[in-house]
Write a protein that binds this ligand. Structure first.
Ligand SMILES: Nc1ncnc2c1ncn2[C@@H]1O[C@H](COP(=O)(O)OP(=O)(O)OP(=O)(O)O)[C@@H](O)[C@H]1O
Ligand SMILES: [Mg+2]
Length: 378
C-alpha cells in the first residue's frame, strides 16, 4: 500500500510535509507494540491518529478503548482504569472491571495523560512496564495485554519540571512521540480539508455543493485557527449546510468565522508580511483592543456603577445586577462571578470544554466539577 492509500484507509487528510512524515512514522510504529505519545494542540487530530495506529496494528480486530483522563474525577480514576473489588469502598456494591481489563487484547487510548493524578501515574507506569495492575481493594496483581497510546496537549516536560508529572513516566512515554503541528503551521492542508469536509457534508445532507470563491478560500487559509481542524470542520459544516448549495463568498467567511465576526479580536493574520510588519500590526491590534476595553469599562462605570474589578476580563459581561450592597459599595459574590465567567467561556467556545478550560486557566477536570456544582449542564 502506498502512503495515499494508507491515508485514505484510515481517514487522515493532509498533503503537507508534516502530515506525510507523520504517516511514515505511523506506518512504522503501528505493527509494533510500542507505546506512542501523541502531542498537539486541541483539535489537531490526536484521536484520529490514535485510531489510525490501532487500525493498522495487529490488534485492529479487537477494541480500542478511549479514556479521557481529564474528564474523570480524581477520586474514582483508579477504579475506572483498573477496576475494583466488591466492597473496596463505600458504594462498590459489585466487582467492576476497569478500562485496562476491558481493552485486553486491544488498545487503550489514554487522552489528556497530563491530567493523570500523580499517585495514579506510578500505577500506570507499572502497566506500561510489565502489563501488571491491581484492582482497587485487591492486593493480587493481574496481567493485561494492552497496547497503550497516550495523548496530551500539555507540555509534559514542563509538567515534570513543575513536579506534576513523573519524570520516569515521561521518559517512558516520550520514546515515540508524534507531534501534530497546529493547522496554522501547515496551511497547505487547509484547502484539502475544506474540499473534503465540504464533500462529506454535502453528500451527508444531500445538498448540492456550491463551491467556494478564491477570496473566501484565501481568508480561510490565512486565519490562525486556534481550534485547529475541529474548528475548521465545524466552520465548513455550518457554511455549507446553512448556505445550501450557494457559492461561499468572502463575506460568508466573515460571518461564520467568529473572530472575523467579532471585529478581528485576537486575530493575527500576517501571511505575506515581514515579521516586523506583523509585529507592528499585532501591537496596533492589541492597542485598539485595549482602547475598546477601556471604553467598555468607562461606559459600564458610568451607566451601571459596576466595580471596575468586575469588568476586567473578556469573559465577564459588563451588566451586573445582583450585587450586594455593603457600606454603599456594590459587590458581586465571587462564586457568582465565577459562574458567569464559566458560562461566558462556554458560550464563547460553543460548548467546547477543553478550550473553555484553557481560556479560564483551569484544568478540564476543575471545569467539569464546576459545571456540575453550578448546575450548568444542558
Ligand atoms: N488529519 C485529519 N484528517 C481528517 N480529519 C481530521 C484530521 N485531523 C483532525 N480531524 C478532524 O478534526 C476533529 C478533531 O480531531 P481530534 O478529535 O482527533 O482532535 P484532538 O487533537 O484529539 O483534539 P482534543 O485535544 O480537543 O481532544 C475531528 O472531527 C476529526 O475528524
Ligand atoms: Mg482528543
Amino acid at each position: 500500500m502506498n502512503r495515499d492509500q494508507v491515508q485514505q484507509q484510515v481517514g487522515i487528510i493532509g498533503e503537507s510535509i508534516e502530515i506525510k512524515e507523520i504517516i511514515n512514522v505511523v506506518e512504522q510504529v503501528s505493527p509494533t507494540e510500542i507505546t506512542v505519545l501523541i502531542t498537539g494542540e486541541s483539535g489537531t487530530g490526536k484521536e484520529v491518529l490514535a485510531k489510525a495506529i490501532h487500525q493498522m496494528s495487529k490488534r485492529a480486530h479487537k477494541p480500542m478503548i478511549s479514556v479521557n483522563a481529564g474528564a474523570i474525577p480524581e477520586g474514582i480514576i483508579e477504579s475506572e482504569l483498573f477496576g475494583h473489588e466488591k466492597g473496596a469502598f463505600t458504594g462498590a456494591a459489585e466487582t467492576r472491571k476497569g478500562y485496562f481489563e476491558l481493552a485486553d487484547g486491544g488498545t487503550i487510548f489514554l487522552d489528556e495523560i497530563g491530567e493523570l493524578p500523580i499517585g495514579t501515574q506510578v500505577k500506570f507506569l507499572r502497566v506500561l512496564e510489565n502489563g501488571e495492575y491491581m484492582r482497587v481493594g485487591s492486593a493480587i496483581p493481574r496481567k493485561v495485554d494492552v497496547r497503550v497510546i497516550a495523548a496530551t496537549n500539555k507540555d509534559l516536560e514542563m509538567e515534570v519540571h513543575h513536579g506534576s508529572f513523573r519524570a520516569d513516566l515521561f521518559f517512558r512515554l516520550r520514546s515515540i512521540n508524534i507531534r501534530i503541528p497546529p493547522l496554522r503551521e501547515r496551511r497547505e492542508d487547509i484547502p484539502l480539508f475544506i474540499q473534503e469536509f465540504a464533500k462529506q457534508f454535502c453528500e451527508k445532507n444531500k445538498i448540492p455543493c456550491g463551491g467556494i470563491s478564491d477570496e473566501a478560500m484565501e481568508l480561510l487559509r490565512n486565519y490562525h485557527w486556534p481550534g485547529n481542524v475541529r474548528e475548521l470542520r465545524n466552520t465548513i459544516e455550518s457554511m455549507f449546510v446553512i448556505e445550501r448549495g450557494r457559492r461561499i463568498e468572502a463575506n460568508d467567511v466573515r460571518k461564520y468565522v467568529k473572530e472575523f465576526h467579532d471585529g478581528n479580536r485576537n486575530l493575527p493574520v500576517f501571511t505575506h508580511k515581514t515579521p516586523d510588519q506583523a509585529e507592528r500590526e499585532l501591537i496596533l491590534r492589541a492597542l485598539l483592543e485595549m482602547k475598546s476595553d477601556i471604553m467598555e469599562i468607562k461606559h459600564a462605570l458610568n451607566q451601571q456603577r459596576v466595580p471596575a474589578s468586575a469588568v476586567g476580563s473578556h469573559y465577564v459581561e459588563a451588566h451586573v445586577d445582583t450585587e450586594n450592597h455593603e457600606n454603599g459599595e456594590r459587590f458581586v459574590p465571587i462564586d457568582e462571578m465565577e459562574r458567569r465567567m464559566i458560562i461566558s467561556a462556554l458560550e464563547r467556545f460553543e460548548g467546547n470544554r477543553r478550550l473553555a478550560a484553557k481560556a479560564l486557566n483551569i484544568s478540564e477536570r476543575t471545569l467539569y466539577r464546576k459545571i456540575k456544582e453550578y448546575n450548568l449542564e444542558q
